[in-house]
Design a protein around this ligand. Structure first.
Ligand SMILES: [Zn+2]
Length: 501
């Protein structure tokens, strides 16, 4: 008898007995998040030692499979993983690990788990499956970033968007500009709650040395995650300007901001040395990050300083810019040309569309999906990360009094799960959607424990949209999450419990 299931059934551990192979667990059904494209249950069971899973696995190559696709066959005699790349094999292994009860791994006395025989044929819907972390508003250690990467790998997320520069702190060592971390990585205090008149007056900061960055990039690559660094150009610049005031229009009087928000003090593109700065910084960034994509920010760049700055106005005249939005477009195009000359591509927030954009820029749509839709209509590549579905710093409950302080909004897991990245696009335009990403901005997230709370389980919903896309079913997802939470517990990952209540 062969039974095909498209939805994955709720796991039932039907027995835990002491058998000849020590403590034994029997697993009846298969529950995986993100949901595989196809699961076929078969007769029979496969006995594995949960602590020595690899002993039972045979790896096979099949170049006809897609880059991240895999076939996982669990048979009485053993487990076969077939893929065309190591990434595909890695995802098969993630699925397999989710079939082994977390309790069996945690209980070191369990020597035998009986898995149901099955064939899983799986491949992701989107090539770009991202998660972002802001380490500027609050800083997280290398070990915490690695924990974050572990969570991404568990969810088959393959891009880590590392938000490294901000008004409130510059977080990456740049050898040519040491003051960026001597000065720019530190602020005098941090605003208290949502009080824009008060700071705690406690010096706050931190940064990653280049060796630490290399370590993070390596750790990510072992989990088939590409780290996409973000260097904000030309806004969100206060930490850089506090370090090198000559790069601003005013040339003096900047400090690393203890307050959240959007500030009028931005880089001066009227000065040639500003471009030298960006190119030098990006050269070091390219040395550290092999990612094809470099994120250059481009969001929330007020134009009032440029309006008053003679050098900016002169630049606009020379370059034929009709307004300051076109001046930002000039900046973006010039930085893009520099990166392209070094074999890299840019990603920018959807604001970079405003003054006109090259056809080769990739747009990250955050102010809803309108920017992404407009970009896809033009033939630009798009990553969908609309705040209305993908901003994981928003509240997960309406009962905000019983939630940790958050930036605002209301974004429960169910709404995250309901996102359709293709909505509003023709079939032809859909091909420009590279994928989906969840963003974790950390103004109100002070600890890594809280990062996890905001991330889980909502990231799992994003992962299922990005990996599975079609045939999603929220109730079925919640059932499978009951099983997933046992791994969160086993790994010591904090998570929000609303969907389980
Ligand atoms: Zn200027």
């Amino acid at each position: 008898m062969k039974k095909t299931v498209y939805g994955v059934l709720m796991a039932m551990i039907v027995g835990m007995v002491l058998g000849s192979c020590g403590k034994k667990m029997v697993c009846e059904t298969i529950e995986i998040v993100p949901k595989p494209q196809q699961v076929t249950l078969q007769e029979g069971r496969c006995k594995v030692n949960p602590l020595r899973l690899e002993d039972k696995i045979r790896y096979k190559a099949d170049q006809s499979l897609g880059e991240e696709a895999y076939v996982l066959e669990v048979a009485p005699k053993g487990i076969t993983i077939t893929s065309s790349t190591p990434a595909g094999a890695f995802y098969a292994l993630q699925s397999l690990k989710q079939m082994v009860p977390a309790e069996a791994v945690a209980d070191r006395n369990v020597r035998c788990v009986e898995l149901p025989c099955c064939t899983i044929e799986d491949a992701p819907a989107f090539a770009y499956r991202g998660a972002h972390l802001d380490v500027c508003r609050h800083f997280f250690s290398v070990n915490e970033v690695k924990e974050y990467l572990d969570i991404l790998a568990f969810n088959k997320i393959n891009r880590f968007h590392f938000h490294l520069t901000e008004d409130q702190g510059w977080r990456i060592e740049i050898k040519a500009y040491p003051k960026l971390t001597e000065v720019g990585a530190w602020r005098k205090g941090t605003m208290v709650g949502k009080n824009w008149n008060q700071t705690d007056s406690v010096r706050y900061g931190g940064f990653y040395t280049q060796d630490e960055i290399r370590d993070i990039v390596q750790y990510a690559s072992e989990r088939f995650i590409t780290v996409v660094p973000e260097i904000e150009i030309p806004g969100h610049a206060l930490a850089a300007l506090a370090s090198y005031p000559e790069l601003g229009c005013r040339g003096e009087g900047y400090e690393v901001s203890p307050f959240w928000g959007v500030f009028p003090e931005v880089f001066c593109p009227g000065k040639e040395e500003t471009f030298t700065f960006w190119e030098t910084v990006l050269t070091e960034v390219m040395d550290l990050f092999p990612s094809e994509y470099i994120h250059i920010g481009g969001d929330e760049c007020p134009k009032q300083e440029w309006e008053k700055c003679p050098l900016c106005q002169k630049r606009m005249k020379e370059e034929g810019c009709a307004n300051e939005f076109e001046l930002q477009s000039y900046v973006t195009r010039r930085v893009e040309a520099f990166l392209n000359a070094h074999g890299r591509q840019i990603i920018g927030w959807d604001e970079i569309l405003e003054g006109g954009v090259t056809p080769t820029a990739t747009i990250m749509s955050w102010r809803g999906t309108d920017g992404g839709i407009a970009a896809a209509q033009k033939g630009n590549k798009v990553i969908m990360t609309p705040n209305s579905y993908c901003y994981l710093d928003y509240y997960q409950s309406r009962d905000t009094e019983h939630e940790p302080l958050a930036i605002g909004g209301y974004l429960p897991t169910e709404k995250v799960y309901s996102f359709n990245p293709y909505a509003g696009l023709t079939e032809e335009q859909q091909q420009y959607i590279l994928g989906v990403q969840g963003n974790v901005w950390t103004e109100y997230i002070q600890t890594f424990d809280q990062v996890e709370y905001m991330l889980l389980p909502r990231l799992c919903a994003i992962a299922e949209t990005a990996w599975t896309l079609n045939g999603r079913d929220y109730d079925d997802f919640v059932k499978r999450m009951q099983h997933m939470r046992t791994y969160f517990d086993a790994n010591g990952w904090n998570y929000a419990k609303h969907i389980f209540e």
